[in-house]
Each structure stands twice: as structure tokens, then as C-alpha cells.
Design a binder for this molecule. Structure first.
Ligand code: SF4
Length: 239
């Protein structure tokens, strides 16, 4: 996995209230098992071979609402046509939308194009690494900012999309509606990251949610978390 220079803007995870949710020994076991599972089963994806914030951003925007196998060829095509923020910013937006086809959700290429223009105009073509700056872009929300910070800038930044929400809710909470507990889950996501390992840990969460703790019919019998998991054995009537 690519290693990047760490930024000095890590959150102070130890003080986050959700750390109370998890006993230190359970936290350690979860971290160790997840990272071990990832070393053995992590997916080989093209955006994991780069540390270029532009390419990471393109992959993250494409992955919103689209399956990985559909994203991979389009990711390659898009980057060969627009290899940097500058090239994307100079392209007509209609052409960018056509290149994006058939991924759908046409607002995404428009937003990406807008981010490219703003990055060139305000930041000289280099995406900023700070959460506050990233969140100021139209089209970069809290999840995408966390993904860029951890995958492009190697920060221990929390991420929470539907996959991560589902995993953390099932393992550490096991009751109630996950969507109603977002604040707690965001805090949990940040508090669980092993220091200095945000990149691998967050990538591991993504793969674990996509291939083991899936939305329907999770593979509980093959799961390394059964002993820790408050939802084991998972039954479909759980959320
Ligand atoms: S035991 Fe089942 S529900 Fe729990 S984390 Fe593993 S796959 Fe998910």
C-alpha cells in the first residue's frame, strides 16, 4: 500500500466521547483483526497505487453511488483524458459530462469540474489538505474530506459512509437505527483509527464492508470479528 508523508493536522482522538463506547482491549483486537484481514484480503484497486490527491478525488467522486467494477474502467479513461486539475479545469463542462457517461448522477462531473477550477484558481492546482478548506468546496462533504485526508495526505481522519456506518453499528452498538446514531458513529470511526495507520485502516473498512459485512447476508461464518460483534449472528430483521 502506498505510504505518504503524514500531515500534522490529526484530530485528538483520545478525547472524543465515543472512545467510551469501546473497551481498549476490544478496540485493539478490532484494529489488529481488521488490519490483518486487509493484508490478506484487501482488493487491488488502481487508486490505491497513487498518492496524487487529484486521482484520489476522482476515484472518491466516482465511487459515490457506483460499484467498484463499473468505476475502474471509467477512472482510467477519465484520467487519461484529464490527467490533472489543470486539464480538467480547462475542459468544457459538457465534454466532461460526456466523458463521465455512463456513470450517471450527472451532478458529480459538474461538481468535480467546479472543484478543479477552484483548485486551480485558489490553490495553484494543488488540493489543500486541511478539513476546513476541503469542506469549503461545493461537492466535498464530510465523508469525501475524510477520505481525501486519509488516502491522499495520510492523515488519521475519520470516514463514515453507509458501509462504514453499517460495520461499526453492527459490531459496536448492535441495536437501534444506525442512521439515527450518526454522531456517535462518526466519533467511533475516528476513535478506532490506530495512530498513523489511517490510510490502511480506512481502506480496510471499505473492503470489509464491501466483501464481508455486506448489507444483505453478511458472511458472519467467515468473519474475524464474530467474538467482538454485537450483532453476531446477524439476522435480516436487524437494521
Ligand atoms: S459477525 Fe457478521 S455482522 Fe458482525 S461484523 Fe462479522 S459479518 Fe458483520
Amino acid at each position: 500500500m502506498p505510504r505518504r508523508k503524514a500531515s500534522n493536522s490529526r484530530p485528538t482522538r483520545a478525547r472524543q466521547p465515543a472512545s467510551r463506547d469501546v473497551e481498549p482491549s476490544a478496540k485493539r483486537r478490532f484494529q489488529n483483526r481488521l488490519l490483518k484481514w486487509y493484508r490478506e484480503h484487501g482488493r487491488d484497486l488502481p487508486w490505491r497505487k497513487t498518492s496524487d490527491p487529484y486521482k484520489i478525488l476522482v476515484s472518491e467522486v466516482m465511487l459515490q453511488q457506483t460499484q467498484v467494477d463499473r468505476v475502474v474502467p471509467k477512472y482510467r479513461e477519465f484520467l487519461s483524458r484529464y490527467p490533472s486539475f489543470e486539464e480538467l479545469a480547462e475542459a468544457p463542462v459538457q465534454e466532461v459530462k460526456e466523458t463521465w457517461y455512463p456513470l450517471g448522477y450527472n451532478i458529480r462531473p459538474v461538481r468535480l469540474h467546479g472543484i478543479a477550477r477552484e483548485t486551480v484558481a485558489k490553490y495553484g492546482g494543488t488540493l489543500p489538505a486541511e478539513a476546513e478548506d476541503l469542506l469549503s468546496f461545493k461537492g466535498i462533504g464530510r465523508y469525501t474530506a475524510g477520505a481525501i485526508r486519509s488516502f491522499a495526505f495520510n492523515q488519521d481522519a475519520a470516514i463514515l459512509d453507509t458501509n462504514v456506518m453499517r460495520i461499526l453499528h453492527r459490531i459496536f452498538i448492535g441495536e437501534g437505527d444506525a442512521k439515527a446514531q450518526k454522531t456517535r458513529l462518526w466519533n467511533l470511526s475516528g476513535s478506532l483509527i490506530p495512530k498513523g495507520k489511517g490510510y490502511d485502516f480506512n481502506q480496510a473498512l471499505m473492503d470489509f464492508g464491501a466483501t464481508v459485512c455486506t448489507a444483505r447476508d453478511p458472511y458472519c461464518l467467515l468473519c474475524p470479528m464474530t467474538e467482538l460483534c454485537k450483532s453476531y449472528p446477524f439476522t435480516p430483521d436487524r437494521k
